[in-house]
Design a binder for this molecule. Structure first.
Ligand code: NAP
Length: 243
């Protein structure tokens, strides 16, 4: 099957890393199903159309009970198949543990981990029946090493790794693969909020001496999608930060 017949669903496909993944998969010829809470901007729509692929936008919050169902249902109504799911939608709500409310903790786990579970579960059923599919989950180096002020985020992203490995084991007999990407510091709106002094401190820990670009994570996602013998892995894309 050529990429032109393949369909990729990308949550949070509108901005940052998800946007770069959208454009990377579009350039590789995948038809797209995108999700986010707010509408896609005209520039992204134009860029997708310029790459000659079709797209469907399913607006909704992945923490809502019906979003995953709508996402997968509309994918099958339009395309009749689902080859790649990228669970990219994610949020931060940083605070030191002593100042963190249960709501701060739950909100982050709800999007990053439970949201990933919700969308995966519905897509996974279809992929198992199809006897093919690839799921890519966005974890983080923070999920592997922790970080001050990010206990909620770290817990959610560590959970994504265990979840990825379990789905890989459950899907393997039916040719459904599941891998994770653990980016380090990537230049998006999520990291734009960091104070310059914090950014400088982080930079001293990155051997390649720069933040990564969203496109560099998107390349890793396409690599995972197109290598049929890879499953249960966590691909770190961090400029050497965790060496
Ligand atoms: P971003 O720029 O803030 O973009 C987040 C995307 O997710 C947006 O498209 C957003 O659109 C969507 N989104 C957020 N909450 C959602 C929800 N509840 N339901 C549906 N869509 C939702 O973030 P990013 O930096 O690109 O990060 C993307 C992923 O990579 C996240 O999982 C993040 O944890 C992970 N990551 C990022 C970094 C980094 O340095 N940037 C490092 C490691 C891992 P709407 O707001 O319109 O919903």
């Amino acid at each position: 099957m050529t990429s032109n017949e393949k369909v990729a669903v990308i949550t949070g496909g509108s901005r940052g890393i998800g946007r770069a993944i959208t454009l990377k998969f579009a350039a590789a010829g995948y038809q797209l199903v995108l999700n986010a809470r707010s509408a896609l901007d005209a520039e992204l729509v134009q860029a997708i159309e310029d790459l000659g692929v079709t797209y469907l936008f399913v607006q909704g919050d992945i923490t809502a009970a019906d979003t995953a169902d709508r996402l997968v249902k509309e994918t099958f109504e339009r395309y009749g198949r689902l080859d790649v799911l990228v669970n990219n939608a994610g949020i931060t709500r940083d605070k030191l543990v002593m100042a963190m409310s249960v709501e701060d903790f739950q909100a982050v786990v709800d999007v990053n981990l439970v949201g990933t579970f919700r969308v995966t579960q519905v897509a996974f059923k279809k992929m198992l029946r199809q006897r093919s599919g690839c799921i890519i989950n966005l974890s983080s180096v923070i999920g592997q090493h922790g970080n001050m002020g990010q206990a909620n985020y770290a817990a959610s992203k560590a959970g994504v790794i265990g979840f990825t490995q379990s789905v890989a084991k459950e899907g393997a007999m039916r040719n459904v693969r599941c891998n994770a990407i653990a980016p380090g510091m990537i230049e998006t709106e999520m990291t734009a909020v960091l104070k310059p002094s914090v950014k400088e401190a982080i930079m001293t820990q990155i051997p390649l001496q720069r933040f990564g670009q969203p496109e560099e994570v998107a390349s890793a996602a396409l690599f995972l999608a197109e290598n049929d013998y890879l499953t249960g892995q966590v691909l770190t894309v961090d400029g050497g930060m965790t060496i």
